[in-house]
Design a protein around this ligand. Structure first.
Ligand code: UDP
Ligand code: MG
Length: 319
C-alpha cells in the first residue's frame, strides 16, 4: 500500500488488567495524540479484570466511536490480550501499548513517521527506566542478555511489546498458532524490516504492576523455551560431564579396592548418589518443561475466550 497516503487507519491495542486507576487518563492521553490522524481506532482489551475497568471502558466507548472494547471471560494474560487485540484490529498499521502510560503515547506519531519511511515494524527501545526497582531493572537486563545468548533469532534487548506493526506483519503474526506466547520474540522471528525507536520508559501512572515475580518467571521461561532448545542440549552436556566424573569415581573405588584400602565407602557413595540424583532431576525437569509445552500445544485450545465485544459492527468476523 501507499505509505504516503494521509488517510491510513491506525489501530491501537491496549491490554488492561485491573487498570481502573489509569483507564480514563490513558484514554485521554491516547485521544490527544491520535486526534491528529484522519482515521484511528482504540481497541481496549479487558483481560478479565473484576474491578471497575470494564464499566469505565463501557462509559468511554459509549461516548467515543473511535473506541472498541473486547472483554475476556477471565484473565488469560497480557500476551493473550495483545494477541486478541491484533486479531480484531482493522487498521493498516497496529500499535501495541501498555495501559499504564509507562510507554508514552506521544511516541506514536514518530512510529508512524518511521513506518512511512519504509519500516514494517518500529519497536520502542528503552534507554532509561523511571521509577522501577533496582531488582526489576537488574533482572530485566540479565534476562534480555541471557535470552540473547540462548536463542537463535535476534531479539533486540530492552524492548517490550510497545511497537508498531504493518498490516502485512500483523497478518503473518496471526498465522503463528502457538499458545505459549512471547510476542517480542515472535515478531522478530517473522522477519520484515524493523527499526528501533529509543525512548525513556516512564513510571506507572497509577496502580501497581500486574506482573508479579511469579508471572515474570513464567514469562521468562516462555521466552526461553519457545525460542531455544539449548536447555535440552545443556542437560545433555550436564549428563555427559556427570558420566565422565562418574568414571573417575569408579576408577578410584576400584583402585582402593585392589590396594585393599576399601573402607565401608559410605562417603563416596553418598556423594555420587546426591550428585547424579541432582543431574537426573535437572534433566528430567528440563525435558518435562518441553513435554508440557507439547501437551499444551497439542490440546490446541483457543488462546482466549471473548465474552463481550463493544462497538464492533454486528457482522464483525470473530477470528
Ligand atoms: N496486563 C494484562 N493482563 C495481565 C497482566 C497485565 O492485560 O495478566 C496488562 C496491564 O494492564 C498493562 C500491561 O499488561 O497494560 C503491562 O502490565 P504492567 O504494567 O503491570 O507490567 P510492567 O510494566 O510492570 O512490566
Ligand atoms: Mg507497566
Amino acid at each position: 500500500m501507499d505509505r504516503k497516503k494521509q488517510d491510513i487507519c491506525i489501530s491501537v491495542v491496549i491490554p488492561m488488567y485491573y487498570e481502573q486507576e489509569v483507564a480514563q487518563e490513558c484514554h485521554r492521553r491516547l485521544t490527544a495524540v491520535m486526534q491528529q490522524f484522519a482515521s484511528y481506532e482504540l481497541l481496549y482489551v479487558n483481560d478479565g479484570s473484576l474491578d471497575d475497568t470494564l464499566p469505565i471502558l463501557r462509559d468511554i466507548a459509549a461516548g467515543d466511536a473511535h473506541v472498541k472494547v473486547l472483554s475476556f471471560s477471565r484473565n488469560f494474560g497480557h500476551q493473550a490480550a495483545v494477541s486478541a487485540g491484533l486479531a480484531y484490529a482493522g487498521g493498516d498499521v497496529v500499535v501495541i501499548i501498555d495501559a499504564d502510560l509507562q510507554d508514552p503515547p506521544e511516541l506514536i506519531p514518530d512510529m508512524v513517521r518511521m513506518w512511512r519511511e519504509g519500516n514494517d515494524v518500529v519497536y520502542a527501545q528503552r534507554q532509561k527506566r523511571q521509577g522501577e526497582t533496582f531488582f526489576k531493572l537488574f533482572t530485566a537486563k540479565m534476562f534480555y542478555r541471557f535470552l540473547r545468548s540462548m536463542t537463535d533469532i535476534d531479539i533486540p534487548p530492552d524492548t517490550g511489546d510497545f511497537r508498531l506493526m504493518d498490516r502485512a506483519v500483523v497478518n503473518a503474526f496471526l498465522q503463528l498458532p502457538e499458545r505459549n506466547r512471547f510476542i517480542r520474540g515472535m515478531v522478530p522471528w517473522l522477519g520484515f524490516t524493523a527499526a528501533p525507536l529509543p525512548y525513556r520508559r516512564d513510571e506507572r501512572f497509577a496502580g501497581i504492576t500486574k506482573y508479579p515475580l511469579k508471572k515474570m518467571l513464567k514469562f521468562a521461561t516462555d521466552g526461553i523455551i519457545s525460542f531455544s532448545i539449548k536447555p535440552l542440549q545443556l542437560s545433555l552436556s550436564l549428563g555427559v560431564a556427570a558420566v565422565v566424573m562418574a568414571l573417575g569415581f569408579i576408577l578410584y573405588a576400584l583402585i582402593s579396592w585392589m590396594l585393599g584400602k576399601a573402607v565401608p565407602g559410605w562417603t563416596p557413595i553418598m556423594m555420587a548418589v546426591a550428585f547424579f540424583g541432582g543431574v537426573q532431576l535437572i534433566s528430567i525437569g528440563v525435558l518435562g518443561m518441553y513435554v508440557g509445552r507439547i501437551y499444551e500445544e497439542s490440546r490446541a485450545r483457543p488462546l482466549y475466550i471473548v465474552k463481550e465485544t463493544i462497538n464492533f459492527p454486528a457482522d464483525a468476523p470473530s477470528p
